[in-house]
Design a protein around this ligand. Structure first.
Ligand SMILES: CC(C)(COP(=O)(O)OP(=O)(O)OC[C@H]1O[C@@H](n2cnc3c(N)ncnc32)[C@H](O)[C@@H]1OP(=O)(O)O)[C@@H](O)C(=O)NCCC(=O)NCCS
Length: 153
C-alpha cells in the first residue's frame, strides 16, 4: 500500500507541475505555459504527494460538457510500477465523472508500452490513430486515441 496523497492543484502549482513534467519526460513545459493552460476553461490538475509531502506525480485533465480529456500524466521515474499511476488515473476519472463528463479521451504514443498497459488495464480502448503526432528527436511517432465511458453517479 502506498502512502500517496492526491490533491487538487491549480495555477499556483504551475512550477511544481513543470518540474515533474521535466523529470518524467526530459523535456520542458514552461511554468507560464502550464499556468496559461490551467487557467483555461475546464482544465484541472491533480498532484500526488509522497509520504514526506513531496510531489511525486501529476495528472492534468480537461472537461468540456460531456467529454473529458486526459492531457498528461506522469510519476517520477524512481516511483514507477507501484500502482501510483493507476491511483492518479482513477482520481482523474472520478473527477471527470463528477464534473458530468460521460466519455474520457486520451492520446498515447504507439511506443509507450507502460502507458498503453496502464490505460488498457483501466478500461480504455482504441478509438483511432493520429499519424506522426509526436516528435521524438527527429522521429515522428503515431498516437493512439483511446477512450472509455465514465460511470454516471
Ligand atoms: C505511464 C506511467 C504514468 C505509469 O505509472 P506507474 O505508477 O508506473 O503505473 P502503475 O504502477 O500504476 O501500473 C498500473 C498498470 O499499468 C501497467 N504498467 C505500468 N508500467 C508498466 C510497464 N513498464 N510495462 C508494462 N506494464 C506497465 C501494468 O498493467 C500495471 O499494473 P501491474 O503493475 O499490476 O502489472 C509511468 O510509467 C510514467 O510516468 N511514465 C512516463 C510518463 C508517461 O509516459 N506518461 C504517459 C504519457 S501518455
Amino acid at each position: 500500500m502506498t502512502g500517496l496523497r492526491i490533491v487538487p492543484a491549480g495555477v499556483a502549482e504551475a512550477a511544481v507541475l513543470s518540474a515533474l513534467y521535466e523529470a518524467a519526460f526530459a523535456e520542458t513545459w514552461a511554468p507560464d505555459q502550464l499556468a496559461q493552460l490551467l487557467a483555461g476553461p475546464g482544465v484541472f490538475a491533480l498532484i500526488a504527494l509522497d509520504q514526506a509531502g513531496e510531489p511525486a506525480g501529476y495528472a492534468l485533465g480537461r472537461v468540456a460538457a460531456d467529454e473529458a480529456e486526459l492531457l498528461s500524466i506522469a510519476l517520477l521515474p524512481d516511483r514507477h510500477r507501484r500502482g501510483e499511476g493507476r491511483r492518479l488515473l482513477d482520481a482523474l476519472v472520478e473527477r471527470c465523472a463528477a464534473a458530468g463528463a460521460e466519455t474520457l479521451f486520451l492520446e498515447v504514443a504507439t511506443d509507450n508500452a507502460a502507458a498503453l498497459a496502464l490505460y488498457r488495464g483501466a478500461g480504455f480502448h482504441e478509438a483511432g490513430r493520429r499519424k506522426g503526432y509526436y516528435k521524438v528527436g527527429t522521429t515522428m511517432v503515431d498516437a493512439i486515441v483511446m477512450k472509455r465511458a465514465l460511470a454516471a453517479d
